[in-house]
Design a protein around this ligand. Sequence first.
Ligand SMILES: Nc1ncnc2c1ncn2[C@@H]1O[C@H](COP(=O)(O)OP(=O)(O)OP(=O)(O)O)[C@@H](O)[C@H]1O
Ligand SMILES: [Mg+2]
Length: 326
Amino acid sequence: MTFVASIINLKGGVGKTTTTVALAETLACVYNQKVLIIDLDPQTNASIMLLGEERWIDLDRSDRTLACLFSDAITGRAPRFDYMATLQRNVSNVKGAEMVDLLPASLDMMDMQEVLAVRRFEPSQSSYLPAWQNPSPPPIPAFGMDNAAVLTRIAKDEQELVFDLPVGLLSRVVGPYLAAYDVVLIDCPPNLGTLPQNGLYLSHAYLIPTVPDHLSTYGIPQIVQRIHRFAERIGRHLPPLGLVLSKYQSASSVHRAKKVELEKWGDLPVFEGFLRQSNQTAAAGEFNPAKRTFLKKYGDSDGNGPSLMLIGNEFLNRARQFDASL
Ligand SMILES: Nc1ncnc2c1ncn2[C@@H]1O[C@H](COP(=O)(O)OP(=O)(O)OP(=O)(O)O)[C@@H](O)[C@H]1O
Ligand SMILES: [Mg+2]
């Protein structure tokens, strides 16, 4: 089975994209996992980071981004989204992380999110065959229920949801291809609009990166509550995998105190591994086609390499609650 996780936080700039890409590279390079990154953020940060601007512009101009999938739904035209042409293989510059692929985003998805949020879809729109009419429905997470029961449940929900609020579009179109991966990481924009809802709909669980300070952590209970309510609406159990602290500065008494406070919360597990504020990690945000080792890219004990290995291990341990084959 493929384990799918959304990387999400309503707060901007807390390290969602950095965590998504670094975790993907760690899982591929250190833990030999086949990983797909889905960039659902119209800011396109993960796409530019992994592809570079030139290659991304070329894909964007030729309709080979996820924008095409959403515009198919908006226009109701015959589907033009081509998964195989859009999928970018082997996008990591880390030696040994060859098994990282990417579905890139486009800036156009910003407007699409707004259109999708108010759009109602009619079942007669042929471009989006309901899942229950699809001969090979996307793999549906089992969540301890038997699959047939879940499928019926989802089909019922999609009847209400996909043609009401279109949150199942990504799952319907991309879901059937995900069996090729061990892990799928979805980089979400800093909101809970239709795009991240599409990501959550496809996910087994979600991960919250946060900077350990007051303002960055203030809204976390609200995110958990809102995602819980969303999960109830779609009839799913969608648990948080936990908090990953990022941009941690050990010299900051605020960061040190907040880390201890978060670890005492109890409801939401805090990953033991955390990402320190580091120049090397900031530099990793810039596209660089030159191949390097994992520790060269993320640093040794002075940087985030060993922490990432810890985070990768914890991630897989938590994911194994959903999928023992990982
Ligand atoms: N551990 C780190 N050390 C140094 N810089 C970091 C670290 N993590 C992230 N950054 C930098 O902080 C900025 C924000 O990070 P990132 O883009 O990952 O956040 P984000 O939560 O995805 O933001 P957005 O909400 O806009 O999508 C980037 O410039 C990134 O390079
Ligand atoms: Mg981001």
